[in-house]
Design a protein around this ligand. Structure first.
Ligand code: GCU
Length: 335
């Protein structure tokens, strides 16, 4: 059975897993190279697809014995499912939002709360610093068989709605806002003034289009590449969090790399996250222009009106000593 890149329903996913896809994971190509299957919930225009595809180019150019095959568009499921599939070794790699990892190990909240990161450069300095992160990144190895390779920025997340430009939290009263599936994100939606509707990313376009939700929040890059501007044309710069994805890998698949492949892999990953951060910055300006040309409206908000509610959420969610430590260490690098 060949692996498909088309979107598959969860029922057919289960079937595929039972009968076919397991046979595809970490399988040899005709050239004898091992294929690492990587799940992504963004499309081919998004910086994550471009940079991860270049990760594979790097491996090939440097003669590694492995290839990375990126499956975009949530083709292998939403992140809740793909994290599980990586843990089970059915697929090898996935990107996952920190919001998802918070549900597995709540230490990740230290890097998920509002105000932890100032901007993309600060965020990358923190999340690629091995001294600060190695314990966190290996924290799911024993329990789930998953290693975190490092972080990929999501950029600044802001609110967009189908009908109004938002200036202050009151403007969102009575509105349902789609958020990522975590308690922290529900609290952030409420701090922004809305009521929260958690759902997987792949459902957001239709939910906005059909009026199941009135609002959503994502960085400008995603807003444009996923065409959310078509169904929620009012984008307001709440900048409530600099969001963070992680690249996860099945630990056995990582350990199975030969010594020389491992070295190439690590160098390739470093090039990948660096390129990704640069692409993200470039695409942010381009996305605003392109979305405006297609009818979207961008506006500033009264940021003072959002500040205290968001700080309150941060303080409510930084509960454990470890969460506070990660937050403080991240803030230390901003200075
Ligand atoms: C960003 C992020 C994804 C996440 C998505 C979401 O686009 O890169 O990992 O799933 O936000 O809003 O769910």
């Amino acid at each position: 059975m060949s692996c498909t890149k088309k979107r598959i329903s969860s029922i057919s996913l289960v079937t595929l897993l039972a009968v076919g896809l397991t046979g595809c994971a970490v399988s040899p190509t005709d050239s004898g190279k091992t294929v690492l299957r990587l799940a992504l919930n963004q499309n081919e225009e998004h910086p994550s697809y471009i940079a991860l595809d270049h990760f594979n180019d790097y491996l090939q150019e440097h003669g590694a014995g492995v290839t990375i095959d990126v499956f975009p568009n949530s083709a292998l499921g939403g992140q809740v499912e793909t994290i599980q599939l990586v843990g089970e070794g059915v697929i090898d790699m996935t990107t996952a939002s920190g919001s998802q990892l918070e549900n597995i190990n709540d230490d990740f909240i230290g890097f998920g709360v509002p105000t932890v990161f100032d901007d993309i450069d600060h965020q990358m300095n923190v999340v690629q610093d091995p001294e600060l992160t190695s314990e966190l990144y290996s924290s799911m190895e024993e329990s789930m068989g998953i290693t975190v390779l490092g972080g990929l920025t999501q950029g600044n997340r802001s609110v967009h709605t189908s009908n109004i430009q938002v200036q202050k939290p009151e403007d969102l009263h009575g509105m349902k806002m789609r958020v990522q599936e975590s308690k922290l994100n529900i609290a952030i939606a409420e701090a922004l003034g809305a009521s929260a509707a958690p759902m997987a990313f792949g459902e957001v376009y239709t939910a906005l289009q059909s009026g199941v939700v009135d609002a959503s929040e994502n960085p400008v890059v995603v807003y444009y590449t996923s065409r959310h501007h078509e169904v929620a044309p009012y984008y307001s710069y709440t900048n409530h969090v600099v969001g963070l994805d992680f690249l996860l890998m099945n630990k056995n698949a990582l350990d199975a790399l030969s010594k020389s492949d491992r070295r190439i892999f690590e160098d390739g990953w470093e090039q990948t996250w660096k390129e990704h951060a640069e692409l993200f910055k470039e695409q942010t300006d381009e996305a605003v222009k392109a979305a405006e040309q297609e009818g979207a409206h961008f506006s500033e908000v009264d940021s003072d009106a959002f500040e205290q509610p968001l700080i309150k959420v941060r303080d409510q969610f930084l509960v454990t000593a470890r969460q506070k430590e990660l937050y403080d260490q991240a803030r230390e690098l901003a200075r």
